[in-house]
Design a protein around this ligand. Structure first.
Ligand SMILES: C[S@@+](CC[C@H](N)C(=O)[O-])C[C@H]1O[C@@H](n2cnc3c(N)ncnc32)[C@H](O)[C@@H]1O
Length: 210
């Protein structure tokens, strides 16, 4: 640019005006999904969406579906808002809350076509493993959240946690192992990019309701 300063509005493409973060008026009432999105479309949820780089790109590629990112850290969920608005997405919303609580109390039953859980905190110390999101009770929570034929997509870098993920879903009578579609695998998350750059491969699995 010559002769004048570049303003931030020039650096960033126009954004949608509405805040994409859901303001929770109650944490004991389930979300009114019809009020969150302009179109009633299949819903996909990412738990622990971090900086939302996966979800923003995936929502951009799939305008015929609605997406909710769940994240407990304010700074990270604010990135979902900023990036989603910059990409003028109307099929994306963010909720700042704990993931298991979101599934159990806020998401209407059988509402999600899929759950994406990518690089959840591995809690590597044995005495901390009870903090892991994917544990014995998780398949029941997922089953209650998913619509018929719904799928849970999992990714991690941690071999021990990957073993636990496969154990708990493998033990569930209600899920069967399926392939992750290539068009989903090719959209990387922020942590995944970092791990892959260090030569650490992505371990992925998917489980579908029978
Ligand atoms: C290792 S990061 C991965 C972020 C993102 N999925 C990625 O792959 O780039 C884990 C994220 O999950 C969030 N998180 C961890 N436990 C959570 C929980 N119980 N509920 C909601 N968010 C959680 C963390 O704040 C963090 O942003």
């Amino acid at each position: 640019m010559t002769g004048r300063r570049m303003t931030s509005a020039m650096q960033n493409p126009p954004a949608t005006s509405a805040n994409l973060l859901v303001e929770l008026h109650s944490i004991v009432e389930r979300l009114a999904l019809a009020e969150l999105f302009p179109q009633p479309q299949p819903l996909e949820v990412e738990l622990g969406c971090g900086d939302a780089s996966f979800l923003v790109e995936y929502a951009r590629r799939n305008p015929g579906r609605n997406f909710i990112g769940v994240e407990r850290l304010l700074g990270r969920i604010q990135k979902l808002d900023r990036k989603g608005r910059r990409a003028t997405l109307i099929n994306l919303r963010g909720v700042r809350i704990e993931s298991a609580y979101f599934l159990q109390y806020l998401l209407p039953p059988n509402a999600a076509a899929s759950l994406h859980i990518y690089f959840p905190d591995p809690w590597p110390k044995k005495k901390h493993r009870r903090h892991r999101l994917i544990n014995e009770p998780f398949p029941s929570l997922a089953r209650a959240a998913l619509a018929s034929g719904g799928v849970v997509y999992l990714r991690t870098d941690d071999t021990d946690y990957f073993g636990q993920m496969n154990e708990v879903f493998g033990a569930s009578q209600e899920f069967q192992k399926v392939e992750t579609p290539a068009e989903l695998s090719e959209v990387l998350t922020d942590f995944e990019r970092g791990f892959n750059a260090q030569g650490i491969p992505t371990l992925r699995a998917a489980y579908q309701l029978k």
